[in-house]
Design a protein around this ligand. Structure first.
Ligand SMILES: Nc1ncnc2c1ncn2[C@@H]1O[C@H](COP(=O)(O)OP(=O)(O)OP(=O)(O)O)[C@@H](O)[C@H]1O
Ligand SMILES: [Mg+2]
Length: 306
């Protein structure tokens, strides 16, 4: 990975809206063919960073280079390299699906002879062939999202940026879109902003955790999960929970952390072998025991709450 060419280079990027600092000296490299996930709470600056990369918004400071082209000097070139699926795709409501794609293909300068085959291919890819002659204003949210994706890909961009591509979609449609993003992996360089941690875990090569306009942590999903918690999280429901339980459990050498969540103890342990000493502390008051591997949700919650 390290030898691969950098496709997107973000350097010293800052942006404020009045008193709100949306981005605070953001630095990030994304390699050619990499799929980078960006997760972070509402208002973290994800969409702002993406809009700057797509040359829709100007930063106060810093630069983004896409395939060597700067947002300050070559915005048109960058727009031709990037396909962008916004949070809420703005599609022309009165257009028929096919005509919408044709309009954008022409706008992006797709050679005339390539336009119809390209549109057929895209409609097929997003499962909209049977709705090609229907108007956008007759489409449901999920169907619009599919059209937004087709629109983003119409000029066969090398870089694709998805801002919450599966938000509000049914599980089957979401999975279709994830499978579709997965198919593009390796061939395209992609950024995926999402609030769905399993989506980031499933798809991304690396995940950046953005909070208050800064990257709080970045790495492979496995790295992030292993770093934040121990190898296993033990969830124990106990009769009559007492502070002395918590003190005794956190004093055990294998225990990395204890939180009380919904009346249960959530205990991070270095290994499964350390489960029984914890149970011994609580004795017969244990009502139920559950173990789970850490997820990116745990990473998100523990990092953002720090
Ligand atoms: N055009 C704007 N005018 C004023 N403030 C803005 C504007 N765009 C973004 N902001 C503010 O900048 C901050 C970052 O917003 P941004 O949309 O980048 O967050 P986000 O990480 O995409 O959040 P979400 O997960 O809710 O989509 C927020 O506080 C937001 O209110
Ligand atoms: Mg956003």
């Amino acid at each position: 990975m390290s030898s691969r060419q950098v496709m997107i280079n973000i350097e010293g990027l800052s942006k404020s809206f009045g008193k709100i600092q949306a981005l605070d000296n953001l630095n990030l490299d994304i390699k050619k063919g990499e799929l980078l996930g960006i997760i972070g709470p509402n208002g973290a600056g994800k969409t702002t960073a993406i809009r700057i990369a797509c040359c829709i918004l100007q930063p106060d400071q810093g630069d983004i280079r896409v395939d060597g082209y700067s947002i300050h000097h070559d915005p048109l070139k960058i727009k031709s390299i990037i396909g962008y699926l916004p949070e809420e795709p703005n599609l022309y409501e009165r257009f028929k699906a096919r005509d919408l794609l044709k309009y954008f293909a022409e706008l992006y300068g797709v050679p005339t002879a390539d336009i119809n085959p390209r549109i057929d291919e895209l409609l097929e890819l997003v499962g909209m062939t049977h709705r090609a002659e229907d108007r956008i204003n007759t489409f449901s949210k999920g169907l619009r999202q599919r059209m937004g994706i087709a629109r983003a890909l119409v000029h066969d961009p090398d870089v694709i940026i998805f801002d919450e591509p599966t938000m509000g979609l049914d599980p089957a449609t979401s999975q279709k879109i994830r499978n579709f993003i997965h198919q593009l992996k390796g061939d395209k360089t992609m950024i995926l902003c999402t609030h769905y941690m399993d989506e980031a875990d499933q798809l991304c090569d690396r995940v950046a955790l953005l909070d208050q306009g800064r990257i709080r942590d970045i790495g492979t999903p496995d790295y992030l999960k292993s770093k934040i918690h121990g190898d296993v999280i033990l969830q124990i429901q106990v009769q009559d929970p007492q502070q002395s339980d918590q003190d005794a459990i956190t004093a055990l050498p294998s225990v990395e952390g204890l939180e009380v969540v919904g009346g249960k103890y959530h205990i991070s342990l270095k290994s499964r072998e350390e489960i029984s000493p914890v149970i011994d502390v609580l004795g017969r008051r244990v009502i139920s025991v559950n173990t789970k591997e850490p997820t990116l949700d745990d990473v998100f919650i523990s990092t953002v709450e720090d």
